[in-house]
Design a protein around this ligand. Structure first.
Ligand SMILES: [Mg+2]
Ligand SMILES: [Zn+2]
Length: 243
């Protein structure tokens, strides 16, 4: 049985937020106040739709946007980690679950030549229309009260595992690597033997330590804090030695 590696994208595989990085395409690399003020909490994808529409109105073309997005930095050691996973696909399956979009993630993975490493990328679907505007849609509907309206990563992970079971694929364990508030919901569904890897100093780590301080039941998976891809790689190597 393989180990399933689940990665968040923004501030995990890459060391920034792809949705805010795209603003570098705008003149003076910033958005007008009326647009920034249109954001309503919990409706980020709708807001990104407005931002991308604005960039289209500014005449920003696909090639320009792609070259800007290709400059986003990977988190230290992460492209090497992905390459390691790519060389060990008999041991690992790998999925990305992200609130970014299909176009950005595809460009950024291709920029580091690691686009064939993930088995699946679950994120908001996006595409350029006839006018050359990039449109982004919500990933799915869900009824989780704690997640943003367009994406509950727990629902994505649970249904992926179910689908794999139907295909006869069962995982030995799951390793979940993330940084953000929307990574808390999926890690709560992990079990003993699984591993949660929150990024040191980021929201997920803070939320998990606050839960522990407030006396919530400890999570069943073990928790390993990371700050670079090298550290994650060395833990994956330890898992391999044990098995
Ligand atoms: Mg993130
Ligand atoms: Zn949720």
């Amino acid at each position: 049985m393989k180990t399933l590696l689940v990665f968040d994208f923004d501030h995990t595989l890459i060391d920034d937020n792809s949705d805010t990085w795209v603003v570098k395409c705008a003149s003076e690399e910033k958005l007008p106040d009326w647009l920034k003020n249109s954001y309503k909490k919990g409706y980020w994808t709708e807001y990104m739709g407005q931002v991308l529409h604005y960039l289209g109105d500014q005449g920003i073309q696909e090639s320009k946007m792609r070259s800007v997005m290709a400059t986003i930095p990977y988190t230290k050691g992460m492209s090497e980690l992905l390459k390691f996973i790519g060389q060990n696909k008999e041991l690992f399956d790998c999925v990305i679950i992200s609130d970014s979009n299909t176009v950005f993630i595809d460009w950024i993975l291709k920029a580091a030549n690691v686009h064939d490493v993930p088995d699946k990328v679950f994120t908001n679907p996006a595409a350029f229309d006839d006018r050359g505007y990039l449109n982004v849609q919500c990933f799915h509907l869900h009824n989780c009260s704690t997640c943003p309206v367009n994406l509950c990563k727990r629902k994505v992970l649970d249904s992926f595992i179910q689908d794999q079971l139907h295909q006869g694929v069962q995982y030995k364990n799951i390793v979940y690597i993330g940084d953000g508030g929307n990574d808390l919901c999926p890690v709560k569904s992990l079990k003993k033997g699984d591993i949660v890897m929150p990024r040191e100093g980021y929201t997920l780590e803070r939320l998990m330590s606050r839960m522990a301080a407030q006396g919530f039941e400890p999570l069943e998976p073990s928790v390993i804090i990371w700050s670079s891809g090298e550290q994650i790689l060395s833990h994956l190597n330890k898992i391999l030695v044990v098995c």
